[in-house]
Each structure stands twice: as C-alpha cells, then as structure tokens.
Design a protein around this ligand. Structure first.
Ligand code: ZZB
Length: 258
C-alpha cells in the first residue's frame, strides 16, 4: 500500500512534554489515500492510549508517529541516522490531544488533534487526518465528539477544538451530493464510530463513487474530476515538501505453532 504522508505542522509554543522539540519543525505525520480531500480537513485523529514518538526525519524535521512507521520510514531514507529511527521523546495519544496544527491545503487555518477510538496503530502512521465530508469514519467520530459532552470531558477535549468546525463541502458526487459521508451514514443508519462493519461498507461506497464520479468544488482544481486531479494534487504536495510518499510493507503472517 502506498500512502501520501501529510505533514501537519505543530504550532508553537509547544506544551512542556514537547519542550525538547522547541526550535525544530515538528509535524503530526498523517497517512492518507485521499490527498485530493485535504481542503476539507477539520482536525487530526490520534488513538488516546496509542504509543507514539517524536522521530528525527532529517536535520530539521521531526515526525510524530508510531515507532513501527518510524522504522519503515527509516528504511525509506527518512531518518537522520541511516536506517535507524531516533526518538527524541516518547508520547501517548493523550499528550497529542489538543495540539494546534497547520495542515497543507486545509481551508481551516488551524485545526486540532482529537481522540478517535478506532485508529489502528499497526496501519499507516497511527495518525489520521480527518475529512468528515468525505470519510464516514471521520464524520461519525466528529459527530460523537460534537454530540457527547461527556465524551469530550473524558478525553479533556475543549469545546473550542471541536464545536466551531463545520464540515466543509469539497467534492460533489452525483446522487450523494457534496456531503457524501453524512448522506451515506444516514442511509445506513450508522449511530456511532463503533459500528465497524457498517462503517466499512459506508467507506467502500463513498470511496468508489467519490473516485469514479466525484468533482472537486474548491481550490485550484475546482470543477475537475477527482480521478484526474488526485495524482496532480499528490505530486504538488510532494514537490512543495508538504507531504512524502510512504510505502507500507505487506503484513507478514507469523506462525506461532512453528
Ligand atoms: C483522509 C481521508 C479522506 C481518508 C477521505 C479517507 C476518505 P484504507 O483503504 O483502509 O487503507 N487511515 C489511515 N491510517 C489509519 C489508521 N492507522 N487507522 C484508521 N484509519 C486510518 O483507508 C485509508 C484511509 O484510512 C486513509 O485515507 C485514512 O483516512 C484512514 F475522504 O485520509 B483517509 C471514503 C474514505 N474517504
């Protein structure tokens, strides 16, 4: 699987736990298959109990992601010390919740890192960028945070990191409109981020129709087909240094019985 890793830059001043990173360029590194949706980012997702680290990617840049992803990146030439991830500080998702970020192409100038319980730490980087108009998982996780004050309180999420963020229409899909995830979640009667099977189906539907029939309705490529602009947007993000390519090695099946 080849992902685009989006560099979501941490806005200084950093909290004390991240003090050692002061003076560096620090990013939450989010793996995506949908670079053309970056206009609609409303937040980043982290797993609250997930284990992360701040790893040196080169002399200037630091990525916050899982150790597993840091190791994979080190083998893809993204480490200060060749083939060796160097961790400056170990973190959990709880340390990341509430960090303000500037993310490439996002129409929102500042967005925040927020908790999602279905983030997988053995996939991508363990950091996910959130586009609730076009991703059903993101739509439901945002819905849970917005509609359940107790959920926000449990994870120390301030109202101002969530409530002002409306979903931003970015892609029009015939039959689905310009808030595809909201429509598909309503059609499938999905109630929360925990309905994994229904959400997998919603994701499949949205992804397929968005790719085949979607048209961008914002930004430089306004009016053009998703299929056509996806590679253009991706190359552009990579050329400007706002994203990198990350290949996920195949999962190995380890036999325990020998
Ligand atoms: C932004 C985005 C916008 C995404 C969208 C999807 C959609 P796949 O096919 O299962 O590989 N993702 C990435 N890493 C993780 C993780 N560790 N845990 C949970 N989710 C993760 O799906 C790849 C997508 O899953 C990625 O692309 C990311 O969300 C999420 F409009 O990034 B995406 C219909 C989907 N729309």
């Amino acid at each position: 699987q080849e992902y685009t890793v989006i560099k979501m830059e941490l806005v200084a001043p950093f909290p004390s736990k991240l003090g050692v990173l002061e003076g560096r360029r620090v990013f939450l590194a989010a793996a995506t298959l949908r670079p053309e949706t970056m206009y609609g980012q409303t937040n980043a997702w982290v797993l609250p109990d997930g284990e992360y680290g701040a790893y040196e990617i080169n002399e200037t840049d630091v990525f916050i992601l899982t150790e597993r992803a840091a190791l994979n990146l080190a083998y893809q030439k993204y480490s200060r010390v060749p083939e060796k991830p160097t961790c400056l500080v170990e973190l959990t998702g709880h340390d990341l919740i509430g960090l303000p970020l500037k993310s490439p192409l996002a129409l929102n100038e500042i967005i925040y890192a927020l908790p999602m319980l279905t983030v997988l730490t053995d996939k991508g980087t363990g950091i996910v960028t959130s586009v609730p108009t076009d991703s059903p998982d993101d739509y439901m996780a945002m819905h849970d945070l917005k509609s359940k004050p107790a959920f926000r309180a449990k994870y120390g999420v301030k109202d101002e990191w969530v409530l002002p963020f409306e979903i931003i229409p970015i892609i029009d899909i015939p039959g689905f409109g310009n808030k595809a995830a909201e429509k598909v979640c309503a059609d499938l009667k999905i109630k929360s981020q925990n309905e994994k099977e229904k959400l997998a189906e919603a994701k499949r539907l949205t992804y397929l129709k968005g790719f085949n029939e979607g048209t961008l309705i914002v930004g430089e490529f306004n009016g053009r087909k998703v299929q056509e602009v996806k590679p253009l947007i991706r190359s552009k993000l990579i050329e400007t240094g706002e994203a990198i390519v990350y290949s996920e090695p195949e999962k190995r099946v380890v036999s325990r019985s020998g």
